[in-house]
Design a protein around this ligand. Structure first.
Ligand code: SAM
Length: 278
């Protein structure tokens, strides 16, 4: 079954066909992947084979694995994922690391994750930030916020996060010390270059940021001066080719701030950091 599934997925253009075949079969059988590899002789029952073939057909149609299994690990939490939410990416863990490092030094800080999606960023903060830190999670999408709330409940973190629906910073009831966001930043003109998993299945509202991808980032930076407490920090995930543009946007709104672009592990622009001077 595994070699059949691997060749089906390869034929469909899936890069990680062998891994995905194993993960789908493990999901169909309700076992860990390690169990599968340790029991290659295990025969599938007709019911298990039917279930597996149905999952395989979905993946062969390039539906992302995380939407099929409904789960995705991010940092050290397992999130429930639905097609209403972006699938969290490993690059975003670098944003979380920086936010956690900053919060350790400001244990009573107020933080806000804008565009929370599945809750990936806010919930890792909720798990690891000092207990007196206050954490808001906002999203414009009611469906995404519902998934984030469910994730908070499943992880026992509901009491640590305040969920708010609305456009960018407007739902925040007070200025905050730390604004962080992985907003949609794909340029509309790049839509044709996206993999089918992204273009056909992930919500457009979670991906696209206007013609150059910068519309939401620009609007958030414009709203930020009045929503940031003195000496506050903004951490935004950006596209690998957006460093110069976001630097200019940040400089215009925060002329006296310290502004930096951090690169990701592959050496590409990934995070904009603004430390407000007052
Ligand atoms: C790239 S996804 C990030 C999701 C999650 N933070 C993560 O890193 O996996 C962007 C999120 O921003 C939300 N969003 C889009 N436009 C928004 C707006 N104007 N105000 C607030 N959230 C918005 C989308 O619904 C989506 O959940």
């Amino acid at each position: 079954m595994l070699s059949f599934a691997t060749s089906e997925l390869t034929r469909a253009g899936v890069d990680t066909s062998e891994l995905d075949a194993e993960l789908l079969l493990a999901h169909a059988l309700g076992v860990q992947r390690a169990w599968l590899l340790a029991h290659p002789e295990h025969p599938l029952s007709p019911q298990q084979e039917t279930t597996f073939r149905a999952l395989l057909a979905r993946r062969a149609a390039r539906e992302p694995l995380a939407y099929i299994t409904g789960r995705r690990w991010f940092y050290d939490i397992e999130l429930y994922i639905s097609p209403q939410t972006l699938i969290p990416r490993p690059e975003t863990e670098e944003l979380v690391e920086r936010a956690l490092g900053w919060l350790q030094k400001r244990p009573r800080a107020i933080a806000a994750d804008i565009g929370a999606g599945s809750g990936a960023i806010a919930l890792v903060l909720a798990k690891h930030a000092p207990p007196d830190a206050c954490i808001y999670a906002t999203d414009i999408s009611a469906g995404a916020l519902e998934v984030a709330r469910q994730n908070a409940r499943r992880l026992g973190l509901s009491h640590r996060v305040i969920f708010l629906q609305g456009d960018l910073l407007t739902p925040l009831p007070q200025p905050v010390d730390l604004l962080l966001a992985n907003l949609p930043y794909v340029a509309q003109r790049d839509a044709a270059t996206l993999a089918p998993e992204v273009a056909q299945y992930e919500p457009a509202q979670a991906l696209f940021g206007g013609p150059a991808g910068l519309d939401l980032i620009e609007r958030l930076i414009a709203q930020a001066p009045s929503r940031l407490r003195p000496h506050g920090v903004i951490l935004l995930e950006i596209g690998h080719d957006q460093g110069r543009a976001v630097m200019a946007l940040a400089r215009r709104q925060f002329p006296r701030a310290r502004i930096r672009i951090h690169k990701d592990l592959s050496g590409r622009d990934r995070i904009l950091e603004i430390t407000s001077a007052s």
